[in-house]
Design a protein. Sequence first.
Length: 368
Amino acid sequence: MFFLGGMQRRLHVSPRLQGKWRRAVIALARPARNRAGRPDLLLRENFSTEPMTPPEKRPISILLAAPRGFCAGVDRAIQIVEQAIRKWGAPVYVRHEIVHNRHVVERLEALGAVFVEELHDCPEDRPVIFSAHGVPKAVPAEARRREMIFVDATCPLVSKVHVEAERHYEAGHEIVLIGHAGHPEVIGTMGQLPPGAITLLETVADAETYMPRDPARLSFVTQTTLSVDDTAEMVGVLQRRFPSIAAPHKEDICYATTNRQDAVKAMAEQSDLVLVIGSPKSSNSVRLVEVAKRAGARDARLVGSADEVDWSWFDGAQSVGVTAGASAPEDLVEGLIAAIASRYDARVEEVRVTKEDVVFKLPRILAE
């Protein structure tokens, strides 16, 4: 039947033609088949069922610095928070970030730590921990006045600087502190003595223009996480201008800062790009980026984790150096290497300059 001018008509078709039409309609309703008799969904007899070969990854060399990551002071501070939560239960308060790393802080928060900026934010009936960077003397004094339970997680190497500053002060010396204004460690060190007892110098220019009250009675101490080279330059200026200036019995820049910078220097010249895992708040992590650039790396970047990598940085790079600041956990390093390996044909080579075996004991209160 068909329609013509709105009227229904019957069309007489021969049985032979009807058979051709019927076979054509059935063929259109079926999927195409190839010569092997199998349906060809793309209507191509020569369709290949072989899997596509992925494009080849570009080779890249990863130079992995060693030592890297957690130092003994950071490891001790984290253990103090964990042990305090086990001993007293949650919540345990922590004045300031225990270390400058968001991933560490978030993990401890999940265990029951509450991070605050000042002691007055802490209730008197819960324990409080002071961060690894150290605190002014007024902070534990206030905790004692309020009869609070407190644990000092100050790194022992920072505490050494505090003791040195006090010794110089008791000897009647004016004290110079080489460091960065506003850093918690600097605030803590300057807070060990009365206002005006310590003068902060941040740059070589500061060292060139500084005028002490009595050059014959002058001492210096330093922040523990500075650039070794920058600090040496400033100390050189002070010693040239004031030959009798008293120096620390042992270098104040900590072993971990020195070792991590040495490892970066050892790999930087061979690296087109150096990635430092760490926080912008972390002095030692920021210094590693600076050291890498000065030591010959074409580019160096600070990233909190693999998620912060801009992969355009890798354009043209054949070798990439990887390290981590003293407050960055190793799982972030592993995540970065895995992310690189997912995009490139990566070969990892460790660049080790020394082995670390320093361990600091936990405070006695946590063992009681």
